[in-house]
Design a protein. Structure first.
Length: 78
């Protein structure tokens, strides 16, 4: 699957094809790690930072406040 590199501000961006998004289980707002995987190849790994952060908070054994939302998009819904 070929994707076009586009200008995004001072950076470059690549759109992920729907098949890749589905295969990796990605959704808007997810973080991914991008690595060079060879000459003119990249590797994309979904990060688990959100889940790891939640696990660290649970280890504190303190309850979340009522209505607490860890997801930025959910927290800002009106």
């Amino acid at each position: 699957m070929a994707s076009q590199v586009s200008k995004w501000g001072d950076s470059l961006a690549v759109r992920l094809p729907a098949e890749v998004v589905e295969a990796l289980g990605l959704k808007e707002g997810d973080e991914v790690e991008v690595h060079a995987a060879g000459e003119r190849q990249i590797e994309i790994d979904p990060t688990q930072r959100r889940e790891e952060a939640i696990q660290r908070l649970r280890k504190l054994r303190r309850p979340f406040p009522p209505g607490f939302k860890f997801n930025r998009l959910e927290a800002n819904e009106r």
